[in-house]
Design a protein around this ligand. Structure first.
Ligand code: NAP
Length: 489
């Protein structure tokens, strides 16, 4: 893949609408504009509208206004709009991938993978929109009849993080629109450009004004809290950190909002002695290094059977040490920058803490000097149990490896966290695989594979990784209420 020119970069950034999208109109933000940075250079790419609490209220007004018509809109047409948007995203994947790399940092090849993954939610939910059904049953006493119907929840607030700038949006927008809900979307201030492009694509695909409203804002708390308190809002779907998610749950309590919470992770990656070690190393590279390690599903702790831990660590270190670090727009780069200086500082602190406590860096261990927020791919062995990075989400290209003696110890270590999003297990023993999978306290498990994300599957966590599911047949249920009608015959 060749390196992209500066004029190509300018062209894709110029192409993005930079205003708020409210009630089918593009308009300025009351607070002026906010800067969007390229994390590979630290320089500003452009400015986008900075919305106020009043702008957010106008967005909710528009969503409330459009709600009744949209809830009755023929499901087939709702699905066809999503389908057209899916096709447009695929047609424009190169441009959208470059834009994503510029605002988020990951290599263009990975941005393309996210574009395909993100678009898939629109295709999947375009197909689900015509499969919203109910039930008709004879009451047990034979007298009455029981009818249940599914209806859209109503106006929703969708808040998304910076790490997957498109897919975290389509995972919510696809099912909400398919179900007949109207929405206010608030992307992270670091990466609003992909979402602004998505709003434009949905507009061009025929989505009526007011169904999707988009507010970008530098002060997310003060802009969003009045909406969360507004009795017209019916649902909040949030993807982000457990800390912010927990705060938003408290804010949502007085309004008794329906909630979906896709929060942080601390994924264990378990390798048993009977595993195919080369396959486990390959899976580890994906589970660790996808998205520069900045994924909620990123393998955060490697628990490897003592007898194979040396071989695994050496092979992983060799592969990670060979990965080219640089700006994601350069053809052969495999590891882009972290999102900002704060995130890079946090990764460095976690690595320093582990090393001070006795861990050994087989490769990497340092932030890079110069512009941009780069951190070298790092493999740590002999990581002691007290090291902070075994408890906290690292969100960077760092793989800490610890050993275990038997299955019980591996499972206990894997479950020893307040998080419960995903776990990875490598073993060639089917009985062990099922035994272990059943005992892991996570919403998802990758069994002999390093990636679980799939639009057709229910993505989500337990414990402090949240609740609710995105994708699969379950995904649309988050945006539907069940009404029961008692029929007297
Ligand atoms: P974050 O700091 O929690 O922010 C997430 C979103 O919430 C952003 O749009 C942010 O806006 C907004 N926000 C922050 N404070 C808010 C407030 N008081 N009121 C309303 N909105 C507020 O998380 P992040 O750093 O962007 O993302 C990384 C985290 O997301 C990690 O913990 C990761 O594990 C998690 N994540 C989870 C999943 C999953 O499916 N479980 C998927 C991806 C990421 P601003 O940034 O503009 O303030």
């Amino acid at each position: 893949m060749s390196t992209i020119t500066a004029s190509e970069e300018e062209r894709v950034v110029d192409h993005v609408p930079k205003q708020l999208y409210i009630g089918g109109e593009w308009r300025d933000g009351e607070k002026g504009t906010l800067s969007v940075e390229d994390p590979a250079t630290g320089e500003s790419l452009c400015r986008v509208a900075d919305g106020s609490a009043d702008d957010a209220k106008a967005a909710l007004d528009a969503a409330v206004h459009a709600g009744p018509e949209w809830s009755r809109h023929p499901p087939r047409e709702r699905g066809e709009i999503l389908r057209r948007a899916f096709e447009t995203i695929i047609d424009r994947a190169d441009e959208l991938a470059l834009l994503m790399t510029l605002e988020m940092g990951k290599p263009v090849k990975e941005s393309k993978a996210e574009i395909a993954y993100g678009a898939e939610f629109l295709r999947w939910f375009s197909e689900q929109s015509v499969r919203i059904d109910g039930r008709y049953a004879v009451a047990p006493n034979g007298q009455g009849r029981l009818l249940t119907m599914k209806q859209p929840v109503g106006p929703c607030l969708l808040i998304t993080p910076w790490n997957f700038p498109l897919a975290m949006g389509t995972r919510k927008i696809g099912p909400a629109i398919a179900a007949g809900c109207t929405v206010v979307v608030k992307p992270a201030h670091e990466t609003p450009l992909s979402m602004l492009m998505l709003a434009r694509i949905l507009e061009e695909s025929g989505l009526p004004g007011g169904v999707l409203n988009l507010v970008t804002a530098s002060a997310s708390g003060e802009t969003m809290s009045p909406l969360i308190a507004d009795p017209r809002l019916r649902k909040l779907s949030f993807t982000g950190s457990t800390e912010v998610g927990s705060k938003l749950m408290q804010q949502a309590a007085p309004n008794v909002l329906r909630l979906s919470m896709e929060l942080g992770g601390n994924a264990p990656f378990i390798v048993f002695e009977d595993a195919d070690i080369d396959a486990a190393v390959q899976g580890a590279l994906i589970a660790k290094m996808r998205n520069v390690g900045e994924a909620c599903t990123a393998a955060n702790r490697f628990h490897v059977a003592g007898s194979v831990s040396r071989e695994f660590a050496d092979k992983l270190a060799k592969r990670m040490g060979a990965m080219k670090v640089g700006r994601g727009t350069e053809g052969d780069v495999e590891v882009g920058p972290l999102i900002d200086a704060r995130q890079r500082g946090k990764v460095a602190e976690l690595v320093d803490d582990a090393v001070e406590r006795g861990a050994r860096a087989l490769v990497g261990g340092r932030a890079r000097d110069g512009a941009g927020y780069f951190f070298d791919p790092t493999v740590l062995t002999d990581v002691p149990a007290e090291a902070h990075l075994l408890r906290e989400e690292i969100f960077g290209p760092v793989a800490p490896i610890t050993g275990f003696v038997d299955e019980d110890e591996a499972i206990a270590a894997a479950n020893d966290t307040q998080y419960g999003l995903v776990a990875y297990v490598y073993t060639s023993n089917l009985k062990r695989a099922l035994r272990v999978v059943e005992r892991l306290e996570t919403g998802m498990v990758g069994l002999n594979q390093g990636m679980v994300s799939n639009a057709a599957a229910p993505f989500g966590g337990i414990k402090q990784s949240g609740f609710g599911r995105e994708g699969g047949p379950e995904g649309i249920e988050e945006y539907l209420e069940t009404k029961y009608v008692a029929i007297n015959l």
